[in-house]
Design a protein around this ligand. Structure first.
Ligand code: HAM
Length: 447
């Protein structure tokens, strides 16, 4: 029965009290990316399995261990997307977007699925905000994408996130580096875990990514990729750094970053948050991918992008006490006594909503006392009570729940205008009071 009342392991419900934070976070990130020219794309939740094994790489943990893959009723192997880059690249190719005006700049805000051991910021279903930029081999594109990553944290008010950057070189540098890694790790064949022994034969770079403490210790002494970069890759990486420095975007070079996905060439990076107790959390990552589009059947086209894990970003924002916009609360609650007043309350609440107010009336058949209690509980700013007398007179009182002040209000065509004027009057009065408390000279805000 627990299956009916608890969500699957590694998944999380986002309850109504949390959704305003999510909406704010997602809107802010998409709008920030828009300022850099990125437009949102929405891609399917599942794709043909081969798309991920070809792009993410079939020696990666993501493909080998973490994919939610199943055979559908048409006997096709499909996979819930473990990330967004492959799907966006597939869609860009499918719809011919890479032939149009380049660079192509795409943003996305998606759920992803990885069969990982849940815990410390790891989920099986999680959210990514990401961007992909296609068509520019220039370091200018790398710096622009890094600048956006930095700006995202700035606008959210997050302090302790650092950009750690590295270069994985081109296939030529990688060939020489792979050989150097093989030579190094071969000395430790007796100590490496069985998975890494396999990795050593198929893709030695993956050994640098192993989570086992012993392998990590061995990997710490491995040669650095930066010593194996060709002149072109070195110059590219240097220009990325020079541009970041010129724009005063803080970063640090971290030669141990290899990333867990296979498609990267040249610049790679991670966004790392360090808590006051020193705990590090990688809340985003990305890099350049030179061969991906070709691998998927397109003309050679360079891409670069990043994705951040939104569960992690939100947990950092909460830990750092970042500001979120105040939640919307009810502007006007219309309480009523009796059937006729109930209908009038519904009619007036509806009228207010069509004018853009947040308005509610009773749906539970409660007493006026209980309705007032409810209005208080939901934080209604104003209440109106309707009974027989009010209906007969065609007039009621609009009461401020903050200071108890009341204003008469006609239940006719002027109703929503009067609500608007009263709310504005009170807002100005509050503003003037706050200004006076701060010792600011009085001003006429009404015009
Ligand atoms: P990734 O590093 O695999 O890169 O994932 C990006 C971010 O997603 C991570 O830094 C982390 O914040 C979040 N994330 C990953 N797995 C989980 C999980 N199980 N639970 C919660 N959060 C998670 C990519 O996915 C690349 N597609 C990024 C990219 C875009 N590269 C180029 N363009």
């Amino acid at each position: 029965m627990a299956y009916l009342t608890s969500a699957p392991r590694g998944t999380k419900d986002i309850l109504p009290e949390e959704t305003p934070k999510w909406q704010y976070l997602e809107k802010t990130l998409l709008e920030t990316a828009e300022l850099f020219g990125f437009r949102e794309m929405r891609i399917p939740t599942f794709e043909h399995t081969e798309l991920f094994s070809r792009s993410v790489g079939d020696t990666t943990d993501v493909v080998q261990k973490e994919m939610y893959t199943f055979t559908d009723k048409g006997d096709r192997s499909v996979t819930l997307r473990p990330e967004g880059t492959a799907g966006v690249a597939r869609a860009a190719l499918e719809h011919g977007l890479l032939g149009d005006a380049l660079p192509l700049k795409i943003s996305y805000d998606i759920t992803c699925f990885r069969y990982e051991k849940p815990g410390s910021g790891r989920y099986r279903e999680f959210h990514q905000f990401g961007v992909e930029l296609y068509g520019s081999p220039s370091p200018a594109a790398d710096s622009e994408v890094l600048a956006l990553a930095y700006e995202c944290f700035q606008v959210l008010g997050i302090q302790n996130v650092a950009l750690e950057i590295n270069s994985l070189g081109c296939p030529e540098c990688r060939k020489r580096y792979t050989q150097a890694l093989l030579d190094y790790f071969n000395q430790y064949r007796g100590s490496l875990c069985s998975t890494c022994l396999e990795r050593l034969d198929r893709n030695p770079l993956r050994v640098l990514d192993c989570k086992s403490p012993e392998d990590k210790r061995i990997a710490a002494g491995a040669p650095s990729i930066l010593e194996y970069l060709c002149d072109g890759c070195k110059a590219h990486f240097q220009e990325v750094q020079d541009r970041l420095t010129a724009a005063e975007i803080p970063f640090r070079v971290e030669p141990t970053i290899v990333r867990g996905l296979d498609y990267y060439t040249r610049t790679v990076f991670e966004m790392v948050h360090t808590a006051p107790d020193g705990e590090r959390l990688v809340c985003g990552g990305g890099g350049r991918y030179g061969g991906l589009i070709e691998e998927l059947g397109g003309n050679p086209t360079e891409g670069i992008g990043f994705a951040m894990g939104l569960e992690r970003v939100l947990s950092i924002m909460t830990a750092e006490g970042c500001d979120f916009p105040p939640e919307q609360t009810c502007d006007v609650y219309i309480a009523s006594m009796g059937a006729a007043a109930g209908v009038k309350a519904f009619q007036l609440a509806n009228l207010l909503r069509s004018e853009g107010f947040f308005a509610q009336s009773d749906l539970m058949g409660r007493s006026v006392k209980a309705q007032m209690k409810y209005a208080n509980k939901i934080g209604a700013k104003y209440v109106i009570v309707l009974g027989d007398t009010e209906l007969e007179k065609g007039e009621a009182q609009l009461k401020s729940m903050r200071n108890g002040g009341t204003s008469p209000i006609k239940l006719d065509a002027s109703f929503s205008d009067t609500v608007y004027e009263t709310i504005m009057e009170n807002a100005y009065a509050d503003l003037e009071e706050a200004a006076a408390e701060l010792g600011l000279p009085p001003q006429d805000h009404r015009h």
